[in-house]
Ligand binder design. Structure first.
Ligand code: BGC
Length: 683
């Protein structure tokens, strides 16, 4: 061990429990290397006053995680992270504060654009690739925000009140799987309380669950300014308070002098910092830049082009010819990123959609008019309506910004923007709306009046190049939604409720996202896993092969029946047919994205294992698979199930809780009385 707690005084060790400044760990005046931390996750956001005077260094602006996750592509997530790694290496950043893996519980959460999905399986699969992509290149990751920080309202004070199965199966599952699969070097502890206890002092969740049960052996740091009492945090095994705070040392020193915290407890945290420093040193050889700036930009374009989701198309797309009008409410400042700590300053100039379309060259004539609608009407809207009437088709770029520290109050677009879309649609029958929004949108006011809708999200500096390729049919869209789009906010399990500033009751339990809409038979605007293509696919030949115990290989075929090459995302859901505990109707347990050439067929193979069938048993304190029938549902979305198979799991009786299977009322009656043993007192 190169750095050993034994070689440091108690005063030095106490200093190491908090940062040196905003972004670095304490180096004890050069006795130790300091670790440089910088935001993510949508590219590098390094705030370095010396280099930039103020602001952040320019870097490749990658798609936001909500967009990236719509690719449903593990390899693209890896490529995305490797691209960001280059910027980290060039800027001497040791650990990127990314990725954010909180579950999207409500579409109102202001940071949904920074998170992957409403589903823990999809989140953990993609986030693990992201972690691998950075760490394989010698850059540490910081998986955040652990845990139950599912909205921004009163994020520092409010307690997320959740029962244990939902906690385990929905909210902790992604952290657990990422820790086990990808071994992130660090984890960031969130601002909020969980069941009344601040996460920064929640020893049960930090030590007993994260470290001892999930096996996390890295460093836990606080979210920025999340620590309330530093000695209570250190006792809960929160290793590092960030950023530096002058009050922390005296509080910790006094707590130590008074015996409120032991040297052993301090050593535990300090050793985790030493381990981080050593791990980073051991990874140094991997820190080699592999993409030129141009290639990084091309990666950003490629990822955006495979993530953008086509939501509606009545045949107007792709646009092959004609006079096309481009308009929108923020034409000159397109939303390529969301607000807050993830906002990247793009290094490569972002060309407009018009410039990118002109590069494609097959649209006869393009004209652009910005409507610049915000709070007030602008006269230009009339010019847009006029132009719309004269044009063969219209592309509307509609931006609705969102950012950290603030939740949305509505999932509708502003009324003036809705009206603008409708007015344009009155004057032109071929309107394509491209949404630059961070999360689900209620489109009820206008969707029936337009011909096509494309969700671009906040897709980074490559968005217009990617969008131009999709609009003109150079590539077929292949993204699918990683969150459900409800018909309205009233249809969501949480509605407009964001908690009362003290408590947010997670009373919907396990039924988050599609689990809720499925369970209560609610229609949605667009289901989880949904996205259109220019191609058509046919699913067939489902075959489920048993390996051992709970391991199965699910095989099926997909044929591209169209004349264009395209990618299709297929999804495997598992349904527990008859269970003795409440379970969702079905849960995502596998997926695959395949390029299928025109007219060709591919065979997809997906592995299911114990975790595909288990639920968390609170009394047993572990995951548990109950014997019985399970359905294997293969779909192109969570609502469009193409193939159904069934299997019966039959684990040895020794692995099962005692159960009685009764078929008739008589049998219930017989069993009931038959099993009661009367013990009579002896005379
Ligand atoms: C955010 C984190 C971020 C940190 C540093 C906090 O406000 O919640 O996600 O990494 O600031 O910028």
């Amino acid at each position: 061990m190169k750095y050993d707690v034994k070689n440091f005084t108690i005063e030095e060790k106490i200093k190491l429990l908090s940062g040196k400044n905003n972004w670095e760990t304490n180096d004890l005046d050069g006795k130790l290397p300091s670790v440089f931390l910088a935001d993510g996750p949508h590219g590098l956001r390094k705030t370095n006053d010396e280099q930039t005077k103020c602001g952040t260094v320019p870097a490749t602006a990658m798609p936001s995680l909500a967009v990236l996750s719509s690719s449903w592509d593990r390899e693209l997530c890896y490529l995305n992270a490797q691209t960001i790694a280059d910027d980290c290496i060039e800027n001497n950043v040791d650990v990127l504060l990314a990725p954010g893996v909180n579950i999207k519980r409500s579409p109102l959460c202001g940071r949904n654009f920074e998170y992957f999905s409403e589903d823990p399986y999809l989140t953990s699969e993609l986030a693990s690739s992201y972690v691998d992509g950075l760490q394989d290149r010698g850059v540490g990751t910081c998986v955040k925000h652990y845990c139950l920080n599912n909205k921004e309202y009163e994020r520092i004070y409010q307690s997320s009140e959740v029962e244990e199965r939902a906690l385990r199966e929905i909210y902790l599952k992604s952290f657990e799987r990422i820790v086990k699969k990808a071994k992130p070097l660090t984890i960031m502890c969130s601002y909020n309380k969980v069941n009344g206890v601040p996460m920064t002092e929640n020893k049960w969740l930090l030590k007993d669950v994260l470290r001892d049960e999930f096996g996390f052996d890295g460093l836990i740091m606080s979210d920025w300014c999340a620590v309330k009492n530093p000695y209570k945090s250190a006792k809960a095994t929160l290793d590092l308070e960030m950023p530096a705070r002058s009050l922390s040392y005296p509080i910790l020193k006094e707590a130590y002098d008074r015996g409120l915290i032991t040297e052993e407890e301090i050593d535990f945290c300090v050793q985790n910092l030493f381990n981080l420093i050593e791990r980073l040193e051991n990874m140094k050889e991997k820190r080699k830049v592999s993409f030129s700036i141009k290639e990084r930009h091309e990666n950003a374009v490629k990822i955006a082009s495979e993530s953008i989701v086509l939501l509606k198309n009545d045949g107007v797309l792709p646009i092959k010819s004609g006079n096309v009008l481009i308009s929108g409410n923020k034409l000159n400042e397109p939303a390529i990123g969301g607000g807050g700590s993830s906002n990247v300053k793009p290094r490569t100039k972002v060309l407009s959609l018009q410039e990118e379309l002109e590069k494609q060259g097959n649209i006869a004539k393009l004209s652009t008019v910005s409507a610049s609608i915000s709070e007030t009407w602008s006269k230009q809207v009339y010019v847009v309506y006029d132009k719309a009437y004269e044009s063969d088709s219209v592309i509307l770029l509609i931006t609705s910004k969102m950012g950290e520290d603030q939740d949305r109050q509505s999932i509708k677009l502003a009324p003036m923007i809705e009206d603008f879309i409708n007015q344009v649609a009155k004057n032109n029958k071929k309107v394509t709306v491209c949404l630059f929004t961070g999360s689900a949108v209620d489109m009820s006011a206008w969707i029936d009046n337009v011909s096509a809708v494309i969700w671009c999200g906040f897709a980074g500096e490559g968005v217009f190049s990617a969008l131009a390729q999709i609009l003109t049919g150079k590539i077929s869209p292949s993204g699918k939604l990683s969150e459900s789009y409800p018909l309205s906010i009233d249809d969501t399990p949480t509605g407009l409720n964001l908690g009362d500033a003290f408590v947010d009751n997670y009373s919907e339990g396990l039924m988050v996202g599609y689990r809720y809409y499925d369970k209560y038979n609610k229609n949605v605007l667009f289901p989880f896993g949904y996205g259109l293509s220019y191609a058509n696919f046919e699913y067939s030949d489902l075959n489920i092969e048993k390996q051992t115990g709970t391991d199965y290989i699910v095989k099926f075929k997909i044929k591209n029946t169209s004349d264009i090459d395209a990618k299709e995302i297929s999804q495997v859901y598992v349904k527990d047919v008859c269970s003795s505990v409440i379970r969702p109707e079905k849960e995502l347990k596998g997926f695959s994205k395949n390029l299928i050439k025109a007219g060709e067929t591919v065979e997809v193979s997906i592995l299911l294992d114990k975790s595909s069938f288990s639920y968390y048993s609170v009394p047993l304190k572990s995951d548990y698979v109950e014997n019985g029938w399970f359905e294997i549902l293969v779909g192109s979305s969570s609502k469009d199930i193409k193939l159904v198979g069934k299997i019966k799991i039959n684990l040895p009786e020794t692995e099962q809780i005692s159960t009685e299977y009764v078929k008739t009322v008589d049998e219930i009656y017989d069993n009931y009385w038959g099993n009661i043993v009367f013990s009579m007192p002896e005379d």
